[in-house]
Design a protein around this ligand. Structure first.
Ligand code: AMP
Ligand code: ZN
Length: 115
């Protein structure tokens, strides 16, 4: 597992950069996206650094399962429990932070224009 010194989300995990958590578990944390695309837009990230969701699935399947569980908990606590969970993987798919994160979107009836 490589741990880039300049990883923004690792700094959130370590507390080097303070962020208000809306949920957490042993393996993961949740915080609001700085540029929300829906009334509920939270990012769920593992405490361990993995570049993308496939890397997380390959090296820590339980960590991925825990991430999904945290996403659902946040959706129930912050909205009505219905949500969309998106993992952008690779720059052309929109990934800009290379510490895996799930976008938890909800809080309204969502449209569907993902491409
Ligand atoms: P992606 O484009 O899928 O890699 O998602 C990265 C997300 O991180 C974007 O939705 C950004 O709005 C969000 N983001 C970037 N910087 C911050 C920050 N400091 N705090 C919270 N969210 C951030
Ligand atoms: Zn990281």
């Amino acid at each position: 597992m490589s741990l880039p010194a300049d990883c923004l989300f690792c700094r959130f995990v370590s507390g080097e950069i303070e962020t208000e958590l809306v949920g957490q578990s042993e393996r993961a944390i949740a915080f609001r996206d700085i540029n929300p695309q829906a009334p509920l837009h939270v990012l769920v990230i593992p405490r361990e650094h993995h570049a993308d969701v496939a890397a997380l699935a390959a090296s820590d399947p339980q960590g991925l399962a825990d991430l999904v569980t945290l996403a659902q908990e946040v959706a129930f606590e912050q909205a009505d429990g219905e949500y969309r969970l998106i993992f952008n993987s690779g720059p052309s798919a929109g990934q800009s932070v290379f510490h895996v994160h799930g976008h938890v979107l909800g809080g309204e009836r969502l449209g569907w224009s993902p491409a």
